[in-house]
Structures are given as C-alpha cells and as structure tokens.
Design a protein around this ligand. Structure first.
Ligand code: ADP
Ligand code: MG
Length: 210
C-alpha cells in the first residue's frame, strides 16, 4: 500500500505532535551543546506547518511536502530551519506529481532530503549533526525498498536506523554548527538535531500509512 497526500498530512501532524511532546527535551539537549532553542524552533515550525496543512488540503504527496518546506523556511530560525526546509523541498521535488508514494519512492525522497541537507550545510557523517541520523536512515530505506518493502516498512526501517544514528552522536566531537564552538566539550552529549530527525521519522513511520 502506498502513501497518499492524506497519509503525508497525517504523518506530518504526527511529526508536529512528537516535536511538541519532546520540545523541552530538545531545548535541554541544545542548552548543553548549543543555545537552548532547538526545541522551540522545531515546535514553532511544526505548529505552523500543522495549521497550514489544515487550511490547504494538498492534493498530492509532493504538494504536501512543498507546503511543509515553505512553512518551515519562513517560521524556523537558526541553522535547523533552512536545513529542514531544504530537506523537505528536495523531498517534494523527488515526490513529483504522483498521487501515491510506494516503498522505492519513499526511499528516493529520503535520499533527496539527505542530499539537500548536505548541499546546504556541508556536513558529513561523523560531524555530530542531523546527518548522522538522516544518512543511515536513507541507507536503510534504500535497502528495505530494494527488498520489496512497502512505504510504511521503508519508513520503519529508516526510523530505526535514525534512532541508532542519533545515539551514535553522543561520543562525537562536533565539527559543524554551534556545538563545534565547544570543541572537545561537545563530546558526551547526543546532538539535538539528530534527535529531532529520529523523532520525526519515528512519527512518520507510525502514521504515514493508515
Ligand atoms: P542553531 O544551531 O542555529 O541554534 P538549532 O538549535 O535549531 O539551530 O539546530 C541545531 C542543529 O542543527 C544541530 O543539533 C545540528 O543537528 C544541526 N546542524 C547545525 N549545523 C549543521 C550543518 N552544517 N549541517 C547539518 N546539520 C547541522
Ligand atoms: Mg540552537
């Protein structure tokens, strides 16, 4: 079973709920190695996204993703706004005009999102950023899709890889973003952006396909 525009809208609403639920935790994580605003930034952005989706009823997955992108870019400040905005914009392009996303399409969308974040932020795996969650997620999604997994199964594989990827940031010394100003002192803490990526993917996986 594929993922329709309605499924994408439901998934993004689930993303907004999880970001709201973890807002304070993301703030605390960012307080330790950043400037204590990641939870606030994400919550503000996804609240706006949820409101926008409620009033616009997008007809295709691609147009839903595009609406997410433009809303995030205009409402989220900081490093993460343009990065997540670019990810959703590239994802929207990869989704094209079709009515439904199958497993390979979901994997291609995640890869496009990853490529967008890399192009914008120039970070690599191991730099202690959201890339450390998104890159293994895109790889796991591709592997699952190649095995014939459905859209929902592809997202579940991506979510699990992202969770492990986020945890893998704990011992790392940050080489990109605000946390890199701390040098060695950034080690010993999970990166908040990697955590928010993992949270979003777990919410998408749970709600993307009814
Ligand atoms: P800011 O750092 O401007 O306060 P946020 O706190 O909202 O913005 O987001 C911080 C997160 O952004 C980091 O935890 C990291 O995952 C991500 N990030 C920062 N710089 C980059 C980059 N160059 N590439 C990828 N992700 C990045
Ligand atoms: Mg911050």
């Amino acid at each position: 079973m594929g993922c329709t525009a309605q499924d994408v809208v439901a998934a993004v609403h689930a993303g907004a709920e999880i970001v709201a639920a973890y807002r304070d935790e993301l703030v605390e994580m960012d307080r330790v190695i950043g400037d204590a605003d990641h939870g606030e930034n994400m919550d503000r952005g996804f609240r706006a996204v949820a409101a926008k989706l409620d009033t616009s009823a997008p007809e295709t997955p691609g147009s839903a993703l595009k609406l997410v992108a433009s809303t995030l870019i205009s409402t989220v400040g900081g490093a993460s706004g343009p990065l997540y905005g670019t990810a959703f914009l590239r994802a929207a392009s990869a989704a094209g005009e079709g009515d439904e996303l199958d497993g390979p399409a979901v994997a291609a969308i995640l890869k496009a999102g990853l490529d967008g974040v890399v192009a914008r932020g120039k970070a690599e795996v191991g730099d202690k950023t959201m890339i450390d969650a998104l890159s293994p997620a895109a790889d796991a999604a591709k592997a699952a899709a190649d095995d014939g997994a459905s859209a929902g199964q592809v997202l579940a594989a991506a979510a699990e890889a992202a969770r492990n990827g986020a945890e893998s940031t704990e011992p790392l010394v940050a080489r990109k973003g605000r946390a890199s100003y701390l040098g060695e002192r950034s080690a010993g803490h999970v990166d908040p952006g990697a955590r928010s990526t993992a949270l979003l993917l777990s919410a998408f996986a749970e709600r993307s396909v009814r």
